[in-house]
Design a protein around this ligand. Structure first.
Ligand SMILES: CC(C)(COP(=O)(O)OP(=O)(O)OC[C@H]1O[C@@H](n2cnc3c(N)ncnc32)[C@H](O)[C@@H]1OP(=O)(O)O)[C@@H](O)C(=O)NCCC(=O)NCCS
Length: 165
């Protein structure tokens, strides 16, 4: 498996396909409800976001991950803290460590860019996804009731082991 940055000028249709496929059988299959590919592209072009792809031995892209600075309007607090907005692995490739490799690679890249913490939120009760983050060292940072238009969110957070200077 090769993990590498996407080419923002060429790979977006590929990223969309992987995300659509991975979420097709989940309650979040209507991506327009919760994800904007054009905002993702904007974050990468502003150097506030990173999108990596996982390519298998046949040259097929089987997974992607995007994370960005939480929110630069909060100054250092919002640029040192990053949020994973999307991670997707197509189902034939899932359960084989691809998602974990994508996480590990993006954590390293975020750290290089001065990131100190990384978090993600997902639906309360999405136990497979929550277990996936626990396995990768994320800690439960609490629940926000009614955070989504339909339902509550559990927050999972990982410290990247860097301290502020
Ligand atoms: C969640 C997801 C990214 C995990 O990627 P992955 O490559 O399957 O994960 P890994 O192989 O590195 O880790 C497997 C672990 O993740 C968990 N897991 C979560 N979803 C899983 C799935 N669909 N298949 C297998 N394992 C899954 C399990 O705890 C598993 O551990 P186990 O093998 O000990 O049971 C992937 O399943 C996916 O794209 N799901 C649909 C989209 C989604 O829900 N994204 C997360 C939104 S925040």
């Amino acid at each position: 498996m090769i993990i590498s940055p996407i080419d923002v000028n060429k790979d977006i249709p590929l990223v969309e396909r992987v995300v659509r496929e991975a979420f097709a059988s989940t309650p979040d299959s209507d991506l327009s409800d919760w994800f904007s590919f054009s905002e993702m592209v904007g974050s990468i072009k502003r150097s506030q976001g990173i999108c990596l792809k996982a390519t298998d031995e046949n040259g097929e892209v089987v997974g992607i991950i995007h994370a960005q600075q939480e929110n630069p309007v909060y100054g250092r607090e919002g640029t040192e803290k990053w949020v994973i907005t999307n991670i997707a692995v197509v189902s034939p490739a899932s359960g084989k460590g691809v998602g974990s490799q994508l996480l590990e690679a993006i954590e390293a890249e975020i750290k290089k860019r001065g990131g100190v913490k990384l978090f993600v939120h997902t639906n309360v009760g999405d136990n497979r996804v929550i277990r996936f983050y626990y396995k990768n060292g994320y800690k439960n940072a609490g629940t926000i009731l009614d955070y989504y238009y339909a339902g509550s969110a559990v927050f999972l957070l990982k410290s990247l082991g860097k301290t502020r200077d």
